[in-house]
Design a protein around this ligand. Structure first.
Ligand code: ADP
Ligand code: MG
Length: 295
């Protein structure tokens, strides 16, 4: 397996599997297009000192759907929490995140939260209202939508996620999968430009997963999906990044990355079933030799 050893960041591949040195730098700095999301050298330590992100850089083009995979504790959730400013607790002087060119700062936080809808890994972190209706209505109301319009939006989004008629139920008395759908409805109700979804199929049964896949395919927003559900990643994401120990360790076309058995095993993953029978002579991706954590 070839090793790419520059300082530019993760390896980037063209569709035929060859490495693009020039594209690598473009992706790092986001100069090729107007990126929906740009993250540069994002580092974050939790208050207890745990260094969860050690210098993460990537960008996502408008309308792109990218996957973020990696073993437990690799920093996927921490990264997503930075995309709409849930973290860091206090915005740094030189913020590492830009959304549609807007740098995250206290003054832009409201705007950025409107642009980026974040689905938390644990629905209980997201649901706080006494009824499903109020939870889904919360975002649109916050963004100034009149009550009459909000009613229509809530009905429409609950139908989209398969929860028609759930408006009066208490979110806390729902199953895990139903809670997940309420959270998604709450995000879709705000019609964000970017969907940042943390383990969106976690609590869903197989039918729920299929329905979610179809729903997400129908939404033109930019999508960033962190998931252990690699079949979902294969179905939806043209590009994937692999994280390990707070770093991006590889990046490229999803099929190339996920069919590289050794790469997957090295990072606590496994080749998804749908790629098990891929032709062995198809191009293999190159792995980045980025340093791993010191601690
Ligand atoms: P992933 O989503 O990839 O499983 P996380 O982003 O949740 O990873 O966690 C990254 C690292 O940060 C892990 O080592 C985890 O234990 C740690 N971590 C997560 N949340 C906290 C927290 N609130 N306080 C301290 N450490 C945390
Ligand atoms: Mg997580």
């Amino acid at each position: 397996m070839a090793i790419a050893g520059d300082d530019c960041g993760p390896a980037v591949y063209t569709l035929d599997g060859t490495r693009r040195e020039d594209l690598c730098c473009d992706v790092c700095t986001g100069v090729e297009m107007n990126p929906a999301i740009e993250v540069s050298d994002l580092r974050y330590a939790y208050p207890d000192g745990k260094q969860a992100l050690q210098g993460v850089s990537f960008s996502v083009a408008e309308g792109e759907c990218i996957g973020i995979i990696g073993p437990n504790g690799s920093g996927k959730s921490t990264l997503l929490l930075h995309l709409n400013g849930v973290l860091p607790e206090r915005v740094a002087e030189e913020p590492a995140v830009r959304v549609s060119g807007i740098q995250l700062s206290p003054g832009t936080l409201h705007d950025i939260r409107r642009r980026v809808g974040l689905l938390f890994q644990d629905p209980d972190d997201q649901l706080f209202c006494p009824t499903v209706y109020e939870d889904v209505a919360f975002g649109p109301k916050q963004f100034g939508c009149p009550e009459e319009k909000v009613r229509g939006i809530v009905a429409e989004t609950l139908q989209k996620v398969g929860l028609k008629g759930f408006g009066d139920r208490s979110p806390h008395h729902l199953s895990g999968g139903e809670k997940q759908r309420v959270c998604l409805a709450g995000i879709l109700a705000c019609n964000p430009d970017v969907l940042a979804l943390d383990e969106p199929t976690n609590n869903l049964d197989p039918r729920g997963r299929r329905e979610l896949k179809v729903l997400l395919m129908s939404i033109p927003a930019t999508k960033i999906i962190a998931s252990h559900d690699l079949e979902l990643i294969v179905a939806l994401c043209s590009r994937t990044v692999i994280m390990d120990a707070g770093l991006i360790v590889a990046e490229g076309p999803t099929i190339d990355l996920l069919s590289n058995e050794q790469l997957m095993i090295d990072h606590g993953l496994e080749k998804p079933h749908s790629l098990q029978h891929r032709h062995p002579h198809e191009p293999q991706p190159i792995v980045n030799s980025q340093k791993s954590m010191d601690n």
